[in-house]
Design a protein around this ligand. Structure first.
Ligand code: CAA
Ligand code: FAD
Length: 380
């Protein structure tokens, strides 16, 4: 068993760390406060190759492995989880889905610009009445021969207002249940496609979340990804990898909070000594670091599974379930270690605590991860 990273993986991690400190940290509090999308920072991330990390260089990507991706995700998430969800959706859901299941024409048309961050993508599965219960799609894509007519509403879509292309999952043949679902590439500006108001959120407030409304949108058949009826499998297979990305986001939020808490405990004094000298505080740090290391191993194992052609449904779901719980526990303790300062914005930990919560909800809630995990364990 080899626990060492390659030179390249370390270089990517360090580049992401430098970028996060130099480009994301300044202004992160203001963006959170004003719900401001980090447009300029995302543009730079695209130029540096962070938005198409695993995309083949043939399609303009960085051609890196999943381990490099999760290392970079952790570093970006330590500082700005709003930027990292944009990164995660673009990389793991949109680029990966297109590269693995798209036609050559679709890949040539969209991937190079997505991978460089010239355009962003969105992944549109959830609906007002189909979140966890994702097979209950109400959005319809009626087959009209050369095109589909798309009608319905998607909810809580990340990059909803800022994306240029949208992978929309919709029901074509309700009689076939989930085997009658398709995934279509919808472009911003198509007639009948409307973007709803931006959601006002608890955390990841810099990210751009909207509902999307489709009213008789005519989508050419060449915009369908995969065979007729492949849409639900597409969503599940794509999300299996996406969950590794969100697990690394959770890990980053946790380790960011831990680093801040550790540093604070070494300078803040109470009862004549730095608070880290009180065992109650030192033991909190010990617990936080132990849990973070365990989560890191799980995230890296899932990434390694993906890179080595192993099944990663189970390891990815377990990594997300565990790392998101660690993100919640660690950020709450980081606020506690900061005392009153933990409750005010300039110390960052209250934001990390708010950001942590979403990692237990999106890309499958923790309860859904337990369904995925237990079904995998009980499978013959
Ligand atoms: N790979 C391939 N196929 C899979 C699969 C996987 N990982 N998981 C399920 N499937 C297939 C099943 O094999 C089945 O197909 P067959 O009938 O041909 O065998 C089909 O999908 C339906 O599976 P189930 O019968 O298990 O379906 P279910 O209704 O019991 O639900 C579920 C399964 C796992 C709970 C699923 O509905 C689910 O994942 N729900 C959560 C949805 C989710 O994660 N949404 C995230 C939206 S994106 C997002 O959130 C992005 C963001 O925030 C940034
Ligand atoms: P529900 O499914 O209504 O669940 C409510 C509660 O019931 C949860 O605790 C859930 O775990 C529990 N529950 C449901 N079913 C079961 C069960 N069978 N057993 C046990 N417990 C159960 N979606 C996209 O498609 N694309 C995106 O880009 C995207 N981005 C998002 C960004 C944000 C900020 C948010 C908040 C959401 C985003 N989502 C996105 C949607 C997200 O994936 C869903 O919110 C999530 O899958 C849960 O669905 P729901 O909200 O409908 O909750």
């Amino acid at each position: 068993m080899d626990f060492t990273f390659t030179e390249e993986q370390l270089m990517i991690r360090d580049a992401a760390r430098d970028f996060a400190r130099n480009e994301l940290l300044p202004g992160v509090i203001e963006r959170d406060e004003k719900q401001k999308f980090p447009a300029e920072q995302i543009r730079k991330m695209g130029e540096l190759g962070f938005l198409g990390m695993m995309v083949s260089p043939d399609y303009g990507g960085s051609g890196l492995d999943t381990v490099s991706y999760v290392l970079a995700m952790e570093e970006i998430s330590k500082i700005d989880a709003s930027a990292s969800v944009v990164m995660s959706v673009n990389n793991s859901l949109v680029c990966w889905g297109l590269e693995h299941y798209g036609t050559e024409e679709q890949k040539q048309k969209y991937l190079p610009r997505l991978a460089k961050g010239e355009i962003l993508g969105a992944f549109c599965l959830s609906e007002p009445e189909a979140g966890s219960d994702a097979t209950s799609q109400k959005t319809t894509a009626i087959d009209k021969g050369d095109y589909y007519i798309l009608n319905g509403t998607k909810n809580w879509i990340t990059n909803g207002g800022t994306a240029s292309i949208y992978l929309v999952i919709a029901q074509t043949d309700a009689g076939k249940k989930h085997h009658g679902i398709n995934v279509l590439i919808v472009e911003k500006g198509m007639e009948g496609f409307e973007i709803g108001p931006k959601e006002q959120k608890l955390g990841i407030r810099g990210s751009d979340t909207h509902s999307l409304i489709f009213n008789d949108v005519k989508v050419p058949k060449e915009n369908r990804i995969g065979e007729d009826g492949f849409g639900f499998k597409f969503a599940m297979k794509t999300l299996a990898g996406g969950r590794i990305g969100i697990a690394s986001q959770a890990l980053g939020i946790a380790s960011g909070a831990y680093e801040l808490a550790r540093a604070y405990s070494k300078v803040r004094k109470a009862f004549g000594t730095e608070i880290c000298n009180h065992q109650a505080i030192a033991f909190k740090l010990a617990d936080m670091y132990t849990q973070i290391e365990a989560a890191r191993h799980m995230v890296l194992k899932a990434a390694w599974d993906k890179d080595n052609g192993k099944d990663y449904d189970l390891s990815g779901a377990m990594a997300k379930l565990y790392a998101s719980q660690v993100a919640m526990d660690t950020t709450i303790e980081a606020v506690q270690i900061h005392g009153g300062n933990g409750y005010v914005k300039e110390y960052h930990v209250e934001r990390l605590m708010r950001d942590a919560k979403i990692t237990q909800i999106y890309e499958g809630t923790s309860e859904i991860q337990k369904i995925v995990i237990s079904r995998s364990l009980l499978k013959d």
